[in-house]
Design a protein around this ligand. Structure first.
Ligand SMILES: [Zn+2]
Length: 256
């Protein structure tokens, strides 16, 4: 067993009784490390940086969940323990290095060590997403999934101008009108498949629970310096809700 009685469950449900037919998910909401893994050999300072957690994203997702009256699934453990937005076969699932920083607790893992992280953290998290989609589908004919992330303002020496990025691969039902709506704000720099291009590599969560299941879906990334204060979180939750809600209404994905 990896998780002990002092450890958190792998995910928490927030607003769990809501039946708005859109599920919010936050793969990188947490930075906990199971006690047995001894902080992966990292300092507390490193575990407070963007390599361990999507800074600001938990608070943003919670604020958006309250506005949308949508159930939200929040991951507890750091992406450095196991990245919930990677395929189980991806070589960065349990990454040995991140943004140039070696992760001591992820070097030369045995198959048993890898499988315990999959079985006790990754699989229950993704089963919870399936379970919540099914619960909502039992109430509504159509259900959507929105994956919330945040990104660091500068990566590999390159600064990123976009305040918000909308990521999509094949399904443009939410992404295209959402990009157009955000771009009506002329002072906003809106990323269309930036800072990552989902057509090249979507990550696991939206691809598996959204695109492959033909569930309307999108991934929203907000730059971390925009949501590093209570005021910033509130501003961006309000802004995302204001642009997103009419689109969800059009798609019959809102209760209002
Ligand atoms: Zn993320």
């Amino acid at each position: 067993m990896l998780l002990s009685k002092n450890d958190s469950p792998p995910f928490k449900l927030y607003n769990e009784t809501c039946d708005t037919p859109v599920l919010l998910v936050c793969d990188h909401a947490g930075n906990e490390i199971p006690e047995n893994l001894k902080s992966l050999g990292l300092s507390r300072e490193v575990l407070e940086t963007h390599i361990a957690i999507d800074l600001g994203c938990r608070d943003l997702a919670i604020a958006l969940s309250d506005l949308m009256k949508s159930t939200l699934i929040l991951a507890s453990y750091s992406r450095l323990t196991i990245d919930l937005n990677r395929s189980p076969y991806d070589e960065t699932l349990i990454t040995p290095i991140s943004d140039g920083i070696k992760i001591p607790g992820n070097q030369d893992l045995s198959t048993i060590d890898q499988e315990s992280r999959l079985e006790e953290i990754f699989n229950p998290y993704h089963a919870a997403i399936d379970g919540e989609i099914k619960r909502l589908q039992d109430r509504r004919s159509r259900v959507g999934v929105i994956s919330m992330h945040s990104f660091t303002p500068s990566m590999s020496g390159r600064s990123r101008p976009w305040e918000i990025g909308i990521l999509w691969a094949k399904d443009e039902r939410i992404s295209r009108p959402l990009i157009n709506s955000f771009r009506s704000e002329i002072d906003l720099c809106v990323g269309d498949n930036e800072p990552y291009d989902a057509r090249e590599n979507y990550g696991y969560t939206v691809e598996s629970h959204g695109e492959k299941a033909e569930v309307p879906s999108v991934l929203i990334e907000v730059r971390q310096d925009q949501i590093d204060s209570d005021l910033g979180v509130k501003k961006w939750a309000d802004k995302i809700f204001q642009h997103l809600n009419p689109i969800l209404l059009d798609l019959a994905l809102s209760v209002d």
